[in-house]
Design a protein around this ligand. Structure first.
Ligand SMILES: Nc1ncnc2c1ncn2[C@@H]1O[C@H](COP(=O)(O)OP(=O)(O)O)[C@@H](O)[C@H]1O
Ligand SMILES: O=C(O)C1=C[C@@H](OP(=O)(O)O)[C@@H](O)[C@H](O)C1
Ligand SMILES: [Mg+2]
Length: 182
C-alpha cells in the first residue's frame, strides 16, 4: 500500500511511549470511540509465539522478540489502514519501525512524567521483562534515555493527572478537529 495515496482519515493511528504509560489501555478506548479496530503489537507477538512477551524473552531472548516485533509492526504499518495500533515501549528504539510508522501512520506519543510513572510501577513490574532485575535508578535512566526516541512523533499527549477516559476523549477530539481541517 502506498501511504501517499491515503488521506489523513484513513491512516492508522499508532501509540508510542514508555512501558506503563497507557498505550494499550488508551489505544483500546480510542478505537472504541472511533468505531475502529484495535491492534496491540504485543498481542500479535504473543499470538505468533503462543506465549506472552515475558516468556518469549526468557525462552528465546530479547533479539528474537525484537526481530518479530519489527516484522509485525512494519507489516501492520504498511499493509493496514484505519486501525488503532499500540506498540510496545521498546519498539521505537528500532529505526526501521520508527521509519515505517512515521512515514505511513499518525504517531501519537503518550507522555507521562517520571514522578507519576514511579507511582504506577507496581501495576506493571511483574509482566514487563525489561524491568526485571533493574533497580529504580536504572529504570529511571532507561526512562530518560528512551525519551529522545519518542520525541520524534506527530502529536504528543500529556497524561499526568488524567485517567484513561480523559486522555482518550482528548485524543479523539483532537483527531476529529485535525480531520476537519485537512
Ligand atoms: N491514565 C492512566 N491513569 C492511571 N492508570 C493508568 C492510566 N493508563 C494506564 N493505566 C494503568 O497502567 C497500567 C499499564 O497500562 P497499559 O495500558 O498496559 O500501558 P502500556 O501499554 O503503555 O504498557 C494498567 O494497569 C493500566 O490500567
Ligand atoms: O519497553 C519495552 O522494551 C517493552 C514494552 C512492553 O510493552 P508495553 O510498553 O505495552 O508495556 C513489551 O513490548 C515488552 O515487554 C518490551
Ligand atoms: Mg501495552
Amino acid at each position: 500500500m502506498n501511504s501517499h495515496e491515503l488521506s489523513i482519515r484513513e491512516k492508522n493511528i499508532v501509540f508510542i511511549g514508555f512501558m506503563g504509560v497507557g498505550k494499550t489501555t488508551i489505544g483500546k478506548r480510542v478505537a472504541e470511540k472511533l468505531y475502529r479496530s484495535f491492534i496491540d503489537a504485543d498481542d500479535e507477538i504473543e499470538k505468533a509465539f503462543g506465549m506472552p512477551p515475558k516468556e518469549v524473552f526468557e525462552k528465546y531472548g530479547e533479539k528474537t522478540f525484537r526481530d518479530k516485533e519489527r516484522e509485525i509492526i512494519t507489516h501492520l504499518c504498511t499493509e493496514q489502514k484505519l486501525h488503532i495500533i499500540s506498540l510496545g515501549g521498546g519498539a521505537f528504539m528500532q529505526e526501521e519501525i520508527r521509519k515505517a510508522c512515521l512515514e505511513n501512520c499518525i504517531v501519537i506519543y503518550l507522555d507521562l512524567s517520571w514522578e507519576h510513572w514511579k507511582d504506577r510501577i507496581g501495576l506493571i513490574i511483574d509482566s514487563r521483562p525489561v524491568l526485571q532485575g533493574r533497580s529504580l535508578d536504572e529504570i529511571e535512566e532507561l526512562f530518560y534515555k528512551r525519551q529522545e526516541y519518542y520525541e520524534v512523533h506527530h502529536s504528543k499527549m500529556e497524561t499526568d493527572e488524567q485517567d484513561p477516559e480523559e486522555v482518550a476523549t482528548h485524543i479523539v477530539d483532537s483527531l476529529k478537529l485535525a480531520w476537519e481541517l485537512y
